[in-house]
Design a protein around this ligand. Structure first.
Ligand code: AMP
Ligand code: ZN
Length: 468
């Protein structure tokens, strides 16, 4: 299995640290608002990675954090804590905010058929682990305390800082220093522990005692501490969106490796952005679409998943409703084909051809998760009328769906056909048998008015939901 490693900028053969099992950490949501579909694209990509690992026979130990403190409105140390912003906005407690948006996030994952991690970990429940990690960093000489009481990571001391992102330090260092926290020795240094004492964040509610006084942890230390707690000091794969490369993941590496003195993560995978016509989708810019927006517009969440599968995770994906319409129609056709295959389980098995398809599918998913090609394989399989029996097709499609996650196994629920619709279809069939084309057409038109499309194909009649 080959995956693209941001660390080396190459596609590499995946070699797990322990035979047969994989430690996977994916940066989770900051629970101060609903996830937007850009965020969800990243979680779909990570789910595909996990499913491909499982399909290859690995046991996957997947950890995802919930950031419920410490993530400022900029990914650097500027702005306010995002949770504080939501507390002001909604007049609730930080815990009520975090609980509400965590629940909403988990519901989104479930609707998108995203497998849950083996362990969820909340930042606020792991502050003592973060404090211990900061103490190690301090002991090894990689931190300093500013006049404001904050504990900073000293990046100039850490050889290899910024390798992940190929950072251009010259431009970073000459960046308008005036805009940067005056207590930092270098603009690129970052906060490990925010002190209440000298804090500019007046309304901050969450705080803990620490060797550096009362305060709260920085965002980056959360992921370092929680990933190492559950996966050990050296593990296989760490993921997130591309925006995390230059700051969040760069800082996570610096913290973790300066604490342990050894290499931390072997493979870094990053998902490209989802873009709107107006540019990058961002909550701060106010141009964000949620899964609920799509559901309210009568889209099936799996149509969004299909759309994500259709673009390679390392390519930017332009979101437009026309594209989602097309994904939804293609998905309906796929589901209908499966329904027909399920009903007409006939034809002889030709084992050799079955193996060819399985081999091709494995080859493309193992080539850096090439899902657009995997979709090509399934459409070729569906259209293959000569070589494959319906029974084999059906079995293979359900097997491939372990990776695609489109829920093809549960299609009865997906296309619930009301009784009056089944009766109309039946009536139309009878007219057709009697060659009463006029009445058959009227029945089809009535179906269309009730939101269903009937299409006659070489393999049978297909019923689709009309989403318009
Ligand atoms: P956040 O809750 O802001 O920490 O983001 C959650 C995940 O979504 C992170 O892995 C981000 O890198 C990713 N992300 C943020 N914006 C986008 C976007 N427009 N497209 C794809 N992924 C994104
Ligand atoms: Zn993280």
């Amino acid at each position: 299995m080959k995956i693209h490693n941001t660390l080396t900028r190459k596609k590499e053969e995946f070699k797990p640290i322990k035979k047969d099992s994989v430690g996977l950490y994916t940066c989770g949501p900051t629970v101060y608002n609903y996830a937007h579909i850009g965020n969800l694209r990243t979680y779909v990509f990570e789910d595909i990675l996990k499913r491909v690992l499982l399909y290859n026979g690995y046991n996957v130990k997947h950890i995802m954090n919930i950031t419920d403190v410490g993530h400022l409105t900029s990914d650097e140390d500027e702005g306010e804590d995002k949770i504080d912003v939501a507390v002001q906005r909604e007049q609730k407690t930080p815990q009520q905010i975090a609980d509400f948006y965590t629940q909403a996030f988990k519901e989104d994952l479930s609707k998108l058929n995203i497998l849950e991690p083996e362990i969820w970990c909340k930042a606020t429940e792991h502050v003592s682990d973060m404090i211990k990690l900061i103490q190690k960093i301090e002991k090894n000489g990689y931190s300093y305390i500013g006049k404001n009481g904050n504990v900073y990571f000293d990046t100039s001391n850490f050889a290899g800082y910024g390798n992940l992102a190929n950072l251009d330090f010259e431009s970073l260092n000459t960046m308008a220093r005036t805009e940067i926290d005056k207590d930092k020795k270098h603009p690129r240094d970052f906060v490990l522990w925010f002190s209440i004492k000298g804090s500019k964040f007046k309304g901050h509610i969450l705080k803990w005692t620490s060797p550096w006084g009362e305060g709260w942890p920085g965002w980056h230390i959360e992921c370092s501490a929680m990933s190492m707690k559950y996966l050990g000091e050296h593990f296989d794969i760490h993921c997130g969106g591309v925006d995390h490369i230059p700051i969040h993941h760069t800082n996570e590496i610096a913290q973790s490796e300066s604490a342990t003195g050894k290499k931390w993560v072997n493979y870094w995978l990053h998902g490209e952005f989802l873009l709107m016509k107006e540019g990058k989708m961002a909550k701060s810019a106010g141009n964000f679409v949620t899964l609920k927006t799509l559901i309210d517009e009568n889209y099936d969440p799996s149509a969004f998943r299909y759309m994500c599968l259709n673009t390679h995770y390392r390519k930017k994906m332009n979101f437009a409703f026309e594209g989602l319409d097309s994904a939804q129609n293609t998905l309906s056709t796929l589901i209908e084909n499966i329904r027909i295959l399920q009903e007409k389980q006939e034809g002889e098995t030709r084992q050799g051809k079955v193996e060819d398809y399985k081999k091709k599918f494995l080859e493309v998913i193992n080539d850096d998760l090439n899902m657009p090609k995997a979709l090509d394989v399934i459409w070729k399989l569906i259209r293959d009328e000569k070589n494959i029996s319906n029974q084999d097709k059906y079995g293979m499609l359900l097997d491939f769906d372990k990776v695609l996650g489109l829920g093809l196994g549960g299609i009865e629920e997906k296309l619930q056909i009301p009784q009056e619709i089944s009766d109309l279809i039946q009536k139309r069939e009878e007219y057709r048998k009697k060659k009463d084309w006029k009445k058959a057409d009227e029945a089809r038109k009535e179906l269309l008015d009730k939101g269903f499309i009937l299409q006659d194909t070489s393999t049978g009649t297909i019923l689709k939901k009309n989403n318009k």
